[in-house]
Design a protein around this ligand. Sequence first.
Ligand SMILES: Nc1nc2c(ncn2[C@@H]2O[C@H](COP(=O)(O)OP(=O)(O)OP(=O)(O)O)[C@@H](O)[C@H]2O)c(=O)[nH]1
Ligand SMILES: [Mg+2]
Length: 279
Amino acid sequence: MKKDITYCGYIGIVGRTNVGKSSILNQLIGRKISITSHKSGTTQKNIVGIHTIKQHQCIYIDTPGIEIDRKNLEKNLFQNKYCMQLIIFVINKTKWLQLEDIILQKIKKFFIPIILIINKIDHIKNKTQLLPFINLIHKKHQFLSIIPISAKTGKNINILSNTISNNLPKSKYIFLQNNITIHSKEFIICEIIREKLIRLLNQEIPYLIKVQIERYWINSCGIHCIYAIILSQNIRQKKIIIGKNGNKIKKCYLLAKHDIQKYLNKKIILTLNIKTVKA
Ligand SMILES: Nc1nc2c(ncn2[C@@H]2O[C@H](COP(=O)(O)OP(=O)(O)OP(=O)(O)O)[C@@H](O)[C@H]2O)c(=O)[nH]1
Ligand SMILES: [Mg+2]
């Protein structure tokens, strides 16, 4: 490998909801860019994460999980198909359901190499299941590679990362070497707050809760001051977000503050407000 040659490309991460796509993106770039939760439908928009190492720039597109009703099957990832060089198709353990067949049929038509990821292997008690399963799915498509991993423990993430790097085309870098995402810090902060709400609230709160940053400034002591608004759709929702004696919103505040400080690597003053707006 010549020193001045660089490799660069877009990699789409696709699969049903909750299989661990966002967790994989975070592991691959070594930073938390994409929010995660055990509830379905956490990622709502494509999230772009960039990782540049040893002459390779990987630009990952984490997509909203595909749901049974397939409403979002054509959107998101598929808008970006023309610029992608690789697809990472993620499945949950050894579960290959009808939806996986449907997704595979769709992505096959892009004629882009597909790496199949069997995620959450830390949850597979009987590891002897893996080999026969791999043999089975091997017949479904000529995958570039089939890699069992755990985004939780990091197991085999290095194998995945090397496989991706080795299959990128020669190209100049598209982004600066120290870029890790294309999203603004305001967007990531809203996502962090949204993650806390999703994790703390029950299913009864729709995922339609939106978060906005109304003001962001740095005060004379260099502290980042963030004034964020949680938009609820009605009074009932607002009460649920506040919780008994304000316990839900307090928890959300503390968890979000912690993660935002970690993300910015700066001290922050966070103000959270809830506003009711008509949907
Ligand atoms: N045990 C285990 N849990 C995992 C692993 N990877 C992800 N998870 C968990 O699985 C849940 C879903 O992970 P996400 O990364 O949010 O999944 P996703 O596919 O991005 O989900 P959507 O955005 O809703 O489509 C979270 O609770 C993660 O912590 C893994 O390798 N092992
Ligand atoms: Mg996700």
